[in-house]
Ligand binder design. Structure first.
Ligand SMILES: Nc1ncnc2c1ncn2[C@@H]1O[C@H](COP(=O)(O)OP(=O)(O)OP(=O)(O)O)[C@@H](O)[C@H]1O
Ligand SMILES: [Mg+2]
Length: 423
């Protein structure tokens, strides 16, 4: 018969009292050896039994607690009296706890471990005290101040970056916006020209009527007046006038709207405060501003759901919408579609920008949110759009999900909480 293969365990010291087959407990270090080893440690070590009584306290811990004598019971107190109850309950629950603990004049680092259950439980506490406590605290404070400075500087720089990216985008769009404004101004101007003509004709007719009123026989002048009316096409004027006025009013309103949208848009991030705003209003005004960039190649569809007002920084969200829409537009070559859909689920709203443009490959997909990552030619993209958008959405405690297939298009979905978490 072949013996089963086994690795040989280290040979235990023979214990004549135990049968050969049972494990030999005498092979385990006896208590005084364990204590001897523990006393050699620089770190303090306290062992507690199931009742929370001190079962072993090494030399370092006796010194730390200022007790003399070999006896562990010299420490006298129980687990909960010696260590913070929160540390004990946390270690009992999760297996270990670590933190710092004031001990007289000193602060010690404590690691507390727990194992077992029922009648078979124990806790082991390891203490390490820090030399030169004052220096340590000084150093900590100095680093804290340094970090804080760096944080404030970074924050300031980020805000500047945000503002300058916004201004750069506005600069890029300025030509388009000027065109958008020029268009209605153009036809309001030409309408005013027609209006001047019409007024002249109307005054001519009024004059003719006045003359007739003063004439001895007004009826004799009817034919003349009809003639003037026909010549000046007064019937056409009276039909055209209301339309002309409506058109001009609409033109002026469009200009007013564009100017207002631009003002909303360029609102400095620094001054803006959190407010309740309608995401659809932000989307619409952003679409208005950039429409000139898209209108020649994009068919835009809005599939708006019912949305509540959300707590947000409206002009920063507008900047996100603008980035999404411009990116979608850039991804479309000759002609294509962009769909902006919205909806609300539970305590969140979602806003989705879908395009049927070039799409993004999985490798690039990893990098699109990196600052300065761009696939656009030098000079036409800074590569900051998505990283800034990500920052803004993060600040709103929201998220951006992306799905994209090369050759089919992309879908950027923004999810935002309706109310910002307290504090
Ligand atoms: N809808 C999209 N379809 C295809 N690719 C996209 C889309 N949106 C973003 N990308 C890719 O992600 C890259 C990074 O986008 P991001 O908006 O950060 O910068 P950018 O558009 O290149 O430059 P900027 O926005 O600063 O002008 C783009 O260069 C493009 O390759
Ligand atoms: Mg972009």
């Amino acid at each position: 018969m072949v013996e089963p293969h086994s690795t040989t365990p280290p040979k235990p010291v023979a214990d004549p009292a135990s049968p050969a087959s049972a494990p030999s407990f005498a092979a385990y270090p006896p208590d005084h050896v364990l204590r001897g080893i523990a006393d050699r440690m620089d770190d303090g070590m306290l062992m507690f039994n199931v009742r929370g009584e001190v079962a072993m306290a090494n030399r370092a811990v006796r010194e730390l607690f200022g007790v003399t004598g070999e006896d562990a019971a010299g420490l006298g107190r129980r687990l909960e009296e010696l260590l913070p109850p929160s540390a004990v309950s946390s270690a009992t629950e999760t297996g270990c706890w670590s933190g710092s603990l004031p001990l007289g004049e000193r602060v010690v680092i404590l690691q507390l471990y727990h194992h077992g259950e029922g009648r078979e439980q124990a806790w082991l506490a390891l203490f390490r005290h820090i030399d030169g406590q004052e220096d340590y605290e000084h150093e900590l404070q100095r680093r804290h101040a340094e970090l804080r400075q760096a944080y404030l500087r970074l924050n300031g720089a980020q805000e500047k970056l945000l503002q300058s990216e916004k201004m750069a985008s506005i600069g890029q769009l300025a030509a388009g916006v000027a065109h958008e404004i020029n268009n209605p101004i153009g036809y309001v101007h030409s309408n005013l020209g027609s209006l001047q003509e019409y007024l002249r004709s109307l005054f001519t007719v009024i004059e003719a009527y006045e003359r007739a009123l003063r004439a001895p026989d007004p009826k004799a002048m009817v034919a003349e007046i009809d003639d003037i009316r026909d010549r000046l096409d007064i019937d056409f004027i009276s039909r055209d006038l209301p339309q002309l006025m409506a058109e001009s009013r609409e033109g002026i309103e469009r200009v007013t709207r564009i100017v207002r949208d631009l003002k909303d848009f360029s609102y400095s991030g620094r001054e803006e405060s959190w407010k309740l705003a309608d995401p659809h209003a932000g989307l619409d005004s952003t679409i208005n501003i950039i429409w000139n960039e898209l209108k020649y190649k994009v068919t835009l569809e809005r599939r708006y759901g019912e949305l509540p007002m959300i707590e947000c920084l409206p002009s920063e969200l507008n900047q996100v919408y603008m980035n999404m829409l411009l990116n979608a537009g850039h991804a479309i070559g000759e002609r294509g579609n962009i769909t902006v859909s919205t909806g609300a689920v539970g305590d969140e709203v979602w806003i989705e920008f879908k395009d049927d443009g070039a799409g993004i490959s999985p490798e690039l997909r990893q990098r699109i949110f990196d600052p300065f990552f761009t696939t656009k030619p030098v000079g036409s993209g800074t590569g900051l759009g998505l990283s800034i958008s990500y920052g803004i959405i993060n600040k709103h405690h929201g998220r951006i999900d992306v799905e994209s297939t090369v050759g089919e298009g992309s879908r950027f979905r923004i999810v935002l909480p309706i109310r910002q978490p307290k504090g």
